[in-house]
Structures are given as structure tokens and as C-alpha cells.
Write a protein that binds this ligand. Structure first.
Ligand SMILES: [Zn+2]
Length: 335
């Protein structure tokens, strides 16, 4: 069997092995946090994917891997995932899939989800905002379809950034947080519930909004609910999203570097005041934007040092036969 090493990087990590397959995984994950799996293959070429599942086998999120060259001789495969913020504190399964001798293989491990509390807030909507949110409109449905299609793209070549993100706005006040449990109170006395998947940064209308990291603009348009909106692709499956801007300063297809002006703060669409809604999606899962300010999603030097440790045997003592079995399966495991 070809030797494949799986490395799950997080703040608290454990290293596990089964036969010739080894992987490095967090001992717990946190709602809203991104995490990654680094796969090192002696011979590259396997299609590898990974995901988070309930103990009953329901898929919560899954992503394909993409190649990342660390230096002239070493290439690894990266799987980036986000932990949905609505999951309750419990045990889940991490699964990795690959092909071997024309059969599908799966390895899985239980993982604990830490508890995280989120803020609850009531938001009163006036007549205009109530209409924006509740009035059926085929254009809204079409805009949602188009948006979801763009955020569902996975381009293995879209490796544009390996640095920390910075805030897209300077001098702002956080008025809503990632994961807030919201109740919208309509002007007719009715209400609805939702989760806030971004960060609301209140600032004066016209304040510059700048790219937080290098990337490619894949959307720049006005929408009914989110006003002037931009999406930047930074890594395969990783997008940053900007809503309610007063003006747009980029167009679809533009390559942007960190700090490039992409728009200005405003109050377009469903908005109760001048602010920027900033959101990060990883393979369809919105994650806490602030985690990307602290550490890069892909840190080549850190990955290199992990692999050096593995190959020099420093982590041998960490090995344990913690995985019950490698499952040789058909694709129906991915339900
Ligand atoms: Zn918002």
C-alpha cells in the first residue's frame, strides 16, 4: 500500500496511524472555525477528499483537495473545511476518501466539537426593509441561485493567497458578530429567525473597503437584499463576501492584491445603517472571519516543518492505532 500521511492541523492536535496510513488531527474543533487536512503522498496523483459527518453518517460539509507546492521537491494536497456554527456540542466524524487500486477507500475518526456561545439579537425592520426581506420576487430567487453557484465553484488552480487576512475597513465599530442568532421583527408584527453569517462593521458612508488578501473578483453587482455586493476568491473553495456597499470599485475578473480598493461602505439593500457586512465561506460553510486574521489558511513554512518532523521520526511516539479500520467502500459512503 502506498504510504499516505494525513495531517489535520489545529491548535490542539494528535497524530494517528493505521498500518501505512497516518494522519494528524485536532482532538477537537470549534463551531465557526476553519481547519485543514494536509495530505502527503509519496507518489502524488490520488484524488483525495475529506469531510465532517454526524455519527449517523449525515454529511455536514465536504471538500476536495488541491495541490500545494511547498518547494521544488515537495508537493502536498490540502483539504480546507469550515465547521458550521449551528452544530451542537457533540461528537462528529472526520472522514477522508481516496482511491486505491480502483476501489474507494475511507478512513474515519471521531472528533469532539467544543462549545461556543453566540449572541442573540432582535432587529426591528421598517416598512422598506420588511418589503425587501418578505416580498416574493423572481429576481431575488435568481440572484440567490447565481450567488450560490459562484460560491459552489471549486477551482484547484485558484491558489492566490498564503498570508493572513486584514480587516477590509479601518476605523469601524462592530455592530453584529459572526453567528448571531437574529430575530427580524417586521413592521406588521410578524417575525422570522436567522443566523448572521458575517461581521457587521459600521463606518461612515464612503469609507474605503479594501481587499483583505490577494484574490480574484468573481462577482461585483447590485442585489436586492444585499445591495452592492462583491465576492473575492482567495483559495479553492474559499471566498470573501462584501454586502451593502455604497459603490463598487472592481469588476468580475479583476485580480486584486491585499489593500486594493474594492468599494465603499454604504447602506444599500436590507440595511438599517451605513456598514459593511463581511463574510468568509469555505466550501459553502460561512466561518468566523476573525480566525483568518490570526493565522493563514495555508502556511507553507509550518506545513514544511510538520512534514520534516514526520520524516525525521520525531513524532513516532505520537503514533497510535486509533483508527478501527480502513473501509474499502463504494461511493455510497458519501451520503
Ligand atoms: Zn451583516
Amino acid at each position: 500500500m502506498r504510504k499516505i500521511i494525513f495531517c489535520f492541523f489545529a491548535l490542539f492536535s494528535l497524530f494517528f496511524a493505521y498500518g501505512e496510513i497516518s494522519f494528524y488531527c485536532p482532538d477537537k474543533i470549534i463551531p465557526g472555525d476553519p481547519f485543514k487536512i494536509v495530505v502527503y503522498q509519496a507518489e502524488s496523483g490520488e484524488d483525495i477528499s475529506g469531510g465532517l459527518y454526524t455519527l449517523a453518517g449525515k454529511r455536514l460539509t465536504e471538500a476536495a483537495s488541491f495541490p500545494l507546492r511547498l518547494n521544488r521537491n515537495i508537493e502536498v494536497d490540502i483539504i480546507l473545511l469550515g465547521v458550521p456554527c449551528f452544530l451542537s456540542s457533540d461528537e462528529y466524524l472526520l472522514r477522508i476518501f481516496w482511491k486505491e487500486n480502483n476501489s474507494s477507500c475511507c478512513i474515519e475518526r471521531k472528533i469532539k466539537l467544543s462549545k461556543r456561545s453566540f449572541v442573540s439579537e432582535d432587529i426591528k425592520l421598517d416598512r422598506a426593509n420588511t418589503v425587501i426581506l418578505t416580498k416574493p420576487d423572481p429576481r431575488k430567487a435568481e440572484e440567490r441561485r447565481e450567488f450560490n453557484k459562484i460560491l459552489g465553484v471549486f477551482d484547484v488552480k485558484a491558489v492566490f493567497c498564503d498570508e493572513c487576512f486584514v480587516f477590509p475597513v479601518k476605523n469601524f465599530v462592530e455592530t453584529s458578530f459572526y453567528g448571531d442568532r437574529r430575530v427580524f421583527l417586521y413592521d406588521d408584527g410578524k417575525s422570522s429567525r436567522s443566523i448572521h453569517y458575517g461581521l457587521d462593521m459600521a463606518s461612515d458612508t464612503g469609507t474605503p473597503v479594501r481587499a483583505p488578501a490577494d484574490g480574484r473578483v468573481v462577482y461585483a453587482k447590485e442585489r436586492i437584499v444585499t445591495g452592492n455586493s462583491v465576492i473575492i476568491e482567495h483559495l479553492p473553495g474559499v471566498f470573501s463576501i462584501y454586502f451593502h456597499m455604497d459603490s463598487l470599485k472592481v469588476k468580475k475578473g479583476d485580480m486584486v492584491s491585499r489593500g486594493r480598493l474594492i468599494g465603499t461602505v454604504g447602506s444599500t439593500g436590507l440595511s438599517t445603517g451605513s456598514h459593511l457586512h463581511w463574510q468568509i465561506n469555505i466550501s459553502g460553510v460561512p466561518v468566523e472571519p476573525k480566525t483568518l486574521l490570526k493565522a493563514p489558511l495555508i502556511d507553507k513554512s509550518r506545513i514544511m516543518s510538520r512534514i520534516s518532523s514526520l520524516s525525521s521520526g520525531e513524532l513516532t511516539d505520537w503514533f497510535c492505532n486509533a483508527v478501527d479500520e480502513v473501509l474499502h467502500t463504494s461511493d455510497d459512503t458519501k451520503n
